[in-house]
Design a protein around this ligand. Structure first.
Ligand code: GLV
Length: 310
């Protein structure tokens, strides 16, 4: 039996050596050299072409190379009866929290506004900056990523709130949930961070109506998926002055087309889906553990519940 590796954006040599180190007994097939499809027992994948996984008759499990699994669920032929595992890797979580903390501090200390002032050679101190104890920071998505980001933001003394589909209890964080809790949650976010999984329930969740619920002068950081935000609605909210700034790592589509208005909007900071990156040295060991768990009939860490979509 063999492992299939499919990704056009991860380094195949780095993954080959990382897998050889932690799973020396496994035969690795790197797409498109997959050999006999019936040999493939596990697939380690990022954005595989639709139908590829369904063409592997003896597949026992699917491992995402990223935290998200929307790139798999979008395949209409996904073998939904098989265990599907998203990557929960402390090194990826740490990178995501670095991105969140860096940008919350940027927004908190008016760096997007200073970038606009610099472009106009405008010397205008925005002082005093509010105390962190007065700045309300809200995280949408209270899974591993959201909780880690909140724990790290807590060290700065921000007023923290969180929202998720289901109820959570996190010390030091005002938690809201469900459709009913979303209005009150958004109304109290000076800085809103999106770390949600992308599912039919969260696609387009940040639309004109919801952005309007944010307090005037609020800002948005999206490190989840571009499709969570209706880009035209975000641009309208920035243009009207209701929102002060946005920092976006994810877009719909990606890469962001060169002529897209978000590239050149003065209140928008763009990063090219680079907030977090899967590191083979750490992720391969976690995948070995997932494969071992599935082989012995146990639930691997990060097993996706397809009925809720993450
Ligand atoms: C990246 O976007 C990931 O899902 O890990």
């Amino acid at each position: 039996m063999a492992l299939l590796f499919y990704s056009l954006s991860d380094s195949q040599p780095d993954w080959t050596s990382a897998i050889a180190k932690v799973m020396p007994g496994e035969r690795l097939r790197i797409w498109p050299e997959i050999g006999a499809p019936e040999d493939i027992e596990f697939a380690i994948v990022w954005k595989p072409p639709p139908g590829l996984l369904a063409s592997l008759p003896n597949l026992k499990g699917i491992l995402s190379l990223g935290a998200g699994i929307d790139h798999l669920v979008s395949d209409p032929q996904l073998p939904r009866h098989l265990p599907l595992v998203r990557l929960i890797d402390p090194s990826l979580t740490a990178q995501m929290s670095e991105y969140v903390v860096m940008n919350v501090l940027r927004h908190h200390r008016f760096m997007p506004q200073y970038a606009q002032q610099q472009a106009a050679a405008l010397w205008k101190p925005l002082l005093p900056p509010p105390l962190t104890a007065e700045r309300r920071v809200g995280v949408m998505g209270l899974g591993v990523l959201g909780r880690d980001a909140l724990a790290k933001l807590a060290a700065f003394g921000f007023r923290l709130r969180g929202w998720a589909r289901t109820a959570h209890d996190i010390p030091g964080v005002d938690c809201f949930h469900g459709a009913a809790g979303l209005t009150e949650f958004l109304a109290g976010c000076d800085i809103l961070i999106c770390l949600l999984p992308l599912s039919p329930a969260t696609r387009g969740i940040l639309n004109a109506q919801r952005l309007a619920l944010l307090p005037k002068g609020a800002s948005l950081i999206n490190a989840a998926r571009g499709a969570h935000v209706i880009a035209a609605d975000l641009i309208a909210a920035l243009d009207s002055g209701h929102l002060a700034a946005a920092t976006l790592d994810v877009f719909d589509p990606e890469p962001l087309p060169p002529d897209h208005p978000l590239w050149r909007h003065p209140a928008v900071t763009v990063t090219p889906h680079a907030a977090g990156w899967t590191i083979p040295e750490t992720a391969a060991g976690l995948m070995a553990a997932s494969i071992a768990a599935i082989r012995r009939g146990a639930a691997p860490v990060g097993l996706v519940d397809l009925s809720v979509g993450y």
